[in-house]
Design a protein around this ligand. Structure first.
Ligand SMILES: C[S@@+](CC[C@H](N)C(=O)[O-])C[C@H]1O[C@@H](n2cnc3c(N)ncnc32)[C@H](O)[C@@H]1O
Length: 213
């Protein structure tokens, strides 16, 4: 379903106390957004925020940031913030490629890439969130043992990502091409896209890698 642009969405995000808009423009460092030193987990492309919110509820000792580059989607995400939601997450309206500008180096424990846009044309591979240029950014903002957790239904994107990560020397901690029929399914939190794909009978790929050097 295509989301409609409604005038005032940007302003709504600016006024929403659960959203941070374009922090790269002000030089604001997100590490200071929470008044504690809890570990930071970031989701790139959080969509309407189901995964982000559910993870924040389950893990109150983690600080979550969900980046969403589409104003329409970020708006929908902010609109579905509940009054009694936990206070350990922020929606960030911005492009995930600015991580280096808004986080201290080596300060993120985990990055989630959930059902990232597949960009199927080779000329668009550089936009894939597991392209080498993004891996370089992740390596610089992730802590020494920081991890990337990736899920996708798209086999082509998954195999491309495995190759990119291997070539770039990331340490594989787990990999499955059928998450929901594996032992890793137990504590899995589903995203919106995942719910849809699973209901259509699609297999879900998942991998976890650790920064190595
Ligand atoms: C296919 S949707 C998946 C949404 C959600 N993760 C899920 O699994 O339900 C991908 C989302 O990522 C956002 N996105 C893509 N590239 C991004 C980037 N570089 N930075 C931030 N958001 C991005 C898109 O706008 C879109 O809302």
């Amino acid at each position: 379903m295509r989301l409609r642009y409604v005038p005032g969405q940007y302003q709504y995000l600016q006024e929403c106390d659960r959203a941070i808009t374009e922090p790269e423009k002000t030089g604001y460092k997100l590490n200071g957004a929470f008044k504690n030193d809890n570990p930071i987990h970031v989701e790139l492309g959080c969509g309407k925020g189901k995964f982000l919110r559910e993870m924040a509820i389950r893990n109150p000792e983690i600080n979550y940031f969900g980046f969403e580059k589409s104003v329409k989607v970020a708006y929908r995400c902010a609109k579905s913030v509940f009054e009694n939601d936990p206070s350990n997450y922020f929606i960030v309206y911005s492009n995930g490629d600015i991580l280096k500008d808004v986080f201290e180096l080596n300060s993120i424990e985990r990055i989630y890439l959930n059902f990232s846009d597949p960009w199927p044309k080779p000329s668009h591979y550089k936009r894939r969130l597991t392209h080498k240029s993004f891996l370089d950014v992740y390596r610089s903002v992730l802590a020494c043992n920081g991890e990337i957790h990736m899920k996708t239904d798209n086999n082509d994107l998954f195999e491309y990502s495995v190759e990119q990560l291997r070539e770039d020397n990331w340490e594989f901690l787990m990999l499955t091409r059928d998450l929901h029929n594996s032992s890793y399914a137990e504590n899995n939190v589903m995203t919106e896209y995942e719910e849809r794909f699973v209901s259509e009978g699609k297999k879900i790929n998942k991998l976890i890698v650790r920064r190595n050097g």
